[in-house]
Design a protein around this ligand. Structure first.
Ligand code: ADP
Ligand code: MG
Length: 293
């Protein structure tokens, strides 16, 4: 039978908007030594806005580059897609077909054309050539903390868009509170590139960065930490975080804005939009377990 203290702890957590899916997770949460945390949508708001449109194909206008990207992104669930679609004052041509490549971008069929929107890894995977200028522009934008998205129309580079996502106001407090609660290391796991990752990590006080990760890479980092003897909590919001959430000792989903897959996969869901619920959950778990022993 489940100890009374655990039942009470789960009840208290629920009142705070922390949904714990079983007593064992409360006990494990009390032992966390490393927190791995996703960037986009978790440390940042996940509501990025368009900041730049750089045209690289002289046959296209600025609004054509943005328009093709927006038509391609319409239907993608990724937070980056919303920024592009919103900025473009959509003209209604929807993609007939769209493939999401997690951690890299999208491939869409739109009005008889093929449009790619994503990072250099996507271009490489799809065999796009003549990418030097686009990569240079993308690097420059990333150095300023923006996420660059390269747009390719029928195999030819069209241009580069950039979006910026605001760091959540309570992200730095969350990291500090985790440290204070005795969590030795907070590691950022992101599919975004190293430059953007460094800009956000510096703002927030993250101990360690792993960038340019595919969903399987996030899983590998979490398993590696576990093999080293750590008790690992993974916090994320996206489809791309689900494998790592499932592999961690404790998977924690940002429930309010997170994807359904992340919430289903997680052991704990934080229902509010408040990052301080995470250290609160760790603290509650530790106090609950202390009462039992
Ligand atoms: P994070 O791990 O920080 O949440 P993601 O893995 O979701 O980031 O995304 C990583 C990168 O993949 C983005 O920075 C972007 O370059 C690319 N990407 C993912 N989805 C899209 C999309 N819908 N459109 C364009 N690029 C995308
Ligand atoms: Mg995310």
């Amino acid at each position: 039978s489940i100890p009374v203290a655990i039942v009470a702890g789960i009840g208290r957590a629920a009142q705070l908007g922390i949904l714990i899916k079983g007593g064992e997770f409360l006990e494990t949460a009390a032992k966390i030594t490393v927190v791995a945390v996703d960037k986009t949508g978790t440390l940042t708001r996940g509501r990025p806005a368009l900041t730049d449109v750089v045209v690289l194909n002289p046959d296209l206008t600025r609004s054509e580059v943005l328009g093709w990207a927006a038509r391609a992104e319409d239907g993608s669930e990724h937070p980056l897609a919303g920024a592009i679609v919103q900025a473009a004052a959509q003209d209604g041509a929807l993609p007939e077909h769209i493939i999401s490549v997690p951690g890299q971008g999208i491939v869409a069929a739109v009005a008889g054309h093929t449009v790619l929107v994503g990072n250099p890894a996507l271009l490489h995977a799809r065999g796009v050539r003549g990418t030097d200028a686009a990569t240079a522009v993308a690097d420059e934008l990333a150095a300023r903390g923006r996420t660059p998205l390269i747009v390719v129309l029928d195999g030819v580079i069209a241009g580069v868009l950039a979006v910026a996502d605001e760091v959540r106001p309570d992200a730095a407090d969350m990291v500090a509170a985790l440290h204070a609660a005795g969590v030795a290391r907070v590691v950022m796991l992101t599919g975004d590139g190293p430059r953007v990752a460094q800009a956000v990590a510096a703002d927030v006080g993250i101990d360690e960065i792993r960038s340019s990760l595919l969903p399987g890479d996030k899983l590998d980092v979490v398993s590696g930490l576990r093999r080293d003897g750590h008790v690992v909590a993974m916090v994320g919001d996206g489809v791309n975080d689900a494998p790592a959430l499932a592999t961690a000792d404790i998977g924690i989903a940002m429930g309010a804005a997170g994807s359904a897959v992340a919430v289903e996969t997680a052991d704990i869901a934080l229902m509010g939009d408040n990052l301080l619920m995470l250290p609160a959950a760790v603290d509650l778990a530790r106090r609950t377990v202390r009462v039992m022993h």
